[in-house]
Design a protein around this ligand. Structure first.
Ligand code: SF4
Length: 150
């Protein structure tokens, strides 16, 4: 799996201050996507031990509320297995930290995936330019939903 960025002290992608992983790879190709450079699964750099430790170090800080996975799409087929393992380990090490996951898929169509055993909040749905609303918190278009799984 490749990724583009690990953003620290992120206030834009979920509750509180978070560490956010922007993965590479997305097949949705939404018109008006803010991050089209993330569509290519071969873009960015390889997610390695160093990147993993960077995330763990952030999560160990009291003021960090949790981890957000976005991209790209964390559910892109080349990403989902590696991210399921990552989240399993994160929840074992940091059970009190929340996990948010952004996906272009509709939740009901992907809710069977094991990764959702480790996700607290999912923001779902493709970005629809005609439904863009800058007043919305944590999402770009009004069709997208913030679903608190647990
Ligand atoms: S799902 Fe997200 S990253 Fe993928 S094309 Fe749509 S807006 Fe862009």
């Amino acid at each position: 799996m490749n990724y583009h960025d690990i953003v620290k002290d992120d206030m834009l992608n979920g509750d509180g201050l978070r560490v956010t992983l922007f993965v590479a790879g997305c097949s949705h190709k939404c018109k008006g996507c803010q991050n089209p450079e993330t569509w290519d699964p071969k873009g960015g750099i390889a997610f390695d031990e160093e990147a993993l430790n960077e995330i763990y170090e952030e999560l160990s800080k009291d003021y960090i509320s949790g981890l957000t996975l976005t991209g790209g799409d964390p559910l892109y087929e080349a990403n989902v297995d590696a991210l399921t393992t990552l989240l399993k380990n994160v929840k074992e090490r940091y059970p009190d930290k929340s996990v948010w996951l952004y996906t272009g898929s509709v939740y009901e169509e992907v809710m069977h995936l094991p990764i959702f055993n480790y996700v607290d909040v999912v923001v779902d749905g493709e970005y629809i330019e005609e439904e863009r609303d800058t007043a919305l918190r944590w999402r770009g278009s009004s069709n997208q939903r913030i679903i608190r799984i647990r």
